[in-house]
Design a protein. Sequence first.
Length: 321
Amino acid sequence: MEFKDYYQILGVEKTASADDIRKAYRKLARKYHPDVSKEPDAAKRMSEINEANTVLSDPEKRAAYDALGSQYAHAGGGDFRPPPNWDAGFEFSGAPGGGGGDFSDFFEQLFGRAAHARAAGARAGRAHSQPLRGEDHHAKIELDLEDAIQGAERAISLRAPRLDAQGHVVTESHTLTVKIPKGVVEGQQIRLAGRGGPGFNGGPNGDLFLEVHFRAHPRWRVQGRDLYATLPLAPWEAALGAQVEVPTPTGRVELTVPAGWRKGRKLRVKGQGIPARTANDTPGDLYYELELTLPPTDHPRARELFETMARELRYDPREGM
């Protein structure tokens, strides 16, 4: 996927103010709007211009895009793939929503969840005199897997962009103390009541929803509530079976490896995944995927044993090919 340079599309510098962006957009819209333009690619250009303006005129999206763009430039360009959870830590107005609208794949890949926040409804509400509830906000956060297994209390830093007096985007950081519930899984949300946007005319504040994602773990892979890991086996353990000691999130246990290894086999340790969060949840399991490994042959005795097997077993792994 190609990285889109929204500043280049609008013909402005990265230091452009909100007023500069507004003027550039209006100028280009007068030139390329399909209703008035005679340019052959007017519709396509107008779509690109609208998309660039959607991002650069919104302080939240612009700040996130700038942070991603600096990472992309540092990586030296080429085919663009956004890093996992690239927008973690950015606080967006409105509740997360799906995609929609005439936007490119690049835009939807980045802002599909934040692009269609309900800001317009909240802005319209300011004109009324009755108390109105503030907007909900949302943010993506990264946690260690252990926090979900054990529960924890963590200080979470979020970045909330805004415009300064000169119309430039500045990012303010704030830190929240968040209780991580035991048993939360990837994609679930933690609701912080009253920590969203301020209410209007005496109305209550909105809520802040934190969408949970896990940092890569050195040992476990996560699928829902289940955990996966690789269990290396020596050839004799795989062939004859063995009792091996393995780690789990709550301590070490002894696992029985049946005789007769086969590719793709895995062993289950029941209940050693991510625990249930509510009474309606089922605790996850831990799965060990068996992997055959070979001992090194840099010792004379090891080579002698392999040579004996090659000579006496008459085993042909390619029989039938």
